[in-house]
Design a protein. Structure first.
Length: 265
């Protein structure tokens, strides 16, 4: 066991799920049981977050066979197991909606590509993100643990992975949301509509006008999209996204999603 810091006599013993250990300080990640000073007043949730694990990443807190709430006041010597959130995590009613911090712009474009309502304000601070997530009932996705530990946050999730494609896989594996590829503007999150060539021809370069026939246009920002040289890469990304969701649902025993629509880029 390892004791974190000083404090009054008495300790609370924490056993984090291996999937949560990367949140701990490096020197403690291999320690199976942490002895944390218990001040007799802090809630269990506060204690868990004090070692670096956001409650958004915790699926269950238990002592023996007894489930514990984050508001539970632990007693000295109590042993608590900290489980990682179960995947797929249950989504709120209605179509899923996400809010990302500015550092996840590349992930935002990928989430929109597969049809997920995703906002990524370029200049919002932490407080503004938390407030908007609550007001619009959006799940806040971030790699900033401090934001996830804010008391007013409605719902959030830590994004794992350094590469945008890996981050997309992590989000889809965690939530297994219904996808609707090619229906949202990757740039602004607006809805795409099929557009006749005559409607957009004046916006196209001569080479594009000669080469392509199928177009869509964003109803919000007016950008025009067509199947370009990068189309194969995007199709591969969408297909991988579908496989991730289907595999997660199948593993969880939910079967396949009712519909995974395809489309054009």
């Amino acid at each position: 066991m390892t004791t974190l810091g000083g404090g009054p006599p008495g300790t609370l013993l924490l056993r984090p799920d291996p999937r949560l250990r990367f949140f701990l300080p490096a020197r403690l990640r291999a320690v199976p049981e942490l002895a944390v000073p218990d001040d007799g007043t802090s809630s269990l949730g506060h204690v868990v977050q004090s070692v670096g694990i956001p409650l958004s990443e915790v699926g269950a807190l238990t002592s023996g066979d007894r489930p514990l709430a984050a508001s539970h006041r632990p007693v000295p010597g109590e042993r608590v197991s900290i489980e990682a959130v179960r995947r797929p995590e249950r989504l709120p009613p209605g179509p899923p909606r996400f809010l990302l911090d500015v550092h996840l712009g590349a992930l935002a474009r990928r989430l929109r590509l597969v049809g997920l309502d995703t906002e990524c304000p370029p200049d919002a601070g932490d407080a503004a993100l938390v407030a908007r997530a609550g007001a619009e009932r959006r799940i806040l996705l971030t790699r900033d643990r401090g934001v996830l530990m804010r008391r007013r946050l409605w719902r959030g999730a830590f994004v794992r992975g350094d590469r945008p494609d890996d981050q997309l896989t992590d989000v889809l594996d965690r939530f297994a949301p219904p996808l609707a590829p090619w229906t949202r503007c990757p740039a602004c999150n607006g809805l795409l509509e099929a557009a006749d060539r005559s409607e957009v021809e004046r916006l196209l370069r001569p080479g594009t006008r000669r080469t392509y026939d199928a177009f869509s246009r964003c109803a919000s920002c007016g950008r025009v999209f067509w199947r370009g040289a990068h189309g194969e890469r995007l199709r591969n990304l969408v297909e991988a996204a579908n496989r991730t969701v289907v595999a997660r649902l199948a593993e969880a025993g939910h079967g396949h999603p009712a519909e995974m629509p395809g489309g054009e880029d």
